[in-house]
Write a protein that binds this ligand. Structure first.
Ligand code: HEC
Length: 136
């Protein structure tokens, strides 16, 4: 009886890991597709940006430090001077209002885990509260 319940516990735990992993895989994949449709035009497929005009997202100190604030840039855009990896940029990025909170979360997590970035996982709740603070 005791042995059985240990096995049951192990199998249940393994099942949960598989479920969790496949879930993560899907949101990452959605983030990748959204990135390619909405961001890659300017920031490039590899997140390198365009020298002098469009700041990079790959290995970018701004991205690393921004946390959920990136959600505000995606929804509402940004303009004015910005320094990324020691280079100054001063162009305008238009907001992308058609992306849902959930889609924004997936794009951020895609960026945070691509091209050598390892900037942590952002939750939907963190994105929602950031968006609440910069609501326009
Ligand atoms: C039409 C071109 C364009 C598109 C499309 C675009 N961006 Fe931008 N993005 C810019 C420009 C230009 C800036 C710099 C704005 C400034 O100088 O103030 C910028 C700045 C940023 C920044 C802050 C600086 C940095 O590089 O770390 C982030 C983060 C960002 N964009 C993410 C995104 C994401 C995510 C998408 C897609 C959902 C996206 N952008 C789509 C042009 C674009």
């Amino acid at each position: 009886m005791k042995k059985n319940s240990i096995w049951f516990g192990l199998i249940a735990a393994a099942g949960m890991i598989v479920l969790f992993d496949s879930c993560r895989g899907e949101t990452y994949e959605q983030g990748r597709i959204l990135y390619e449709n909405f961001c890659a035009n300017c920031h490039m497929d590899d997140g390198s940006g365009l020298a002098g005009n469009i700041p990079p997202l790959a290995k970018a100190d701004w991205v690393k430090q921004s946390g959920a604030e990136m959600a505000c840039v995606i929804r509402y855009g940004m303009e004015g001077e910005i320094v990324v990896n020691g280079r100054t940029y001063n162009q305008a990025m238009a907001g992308i209002p058609q992306l849902s909170d959930f889609e924004i979360t997936n794009v951020i997590n895609y960026i945070n885990h691509s091209w050598g970035n390892d900037y942590g996982v952002m939750t939907l709740e963190e994105v929602r509260s950031a968006l609440e603070n910069c609501k326009q």
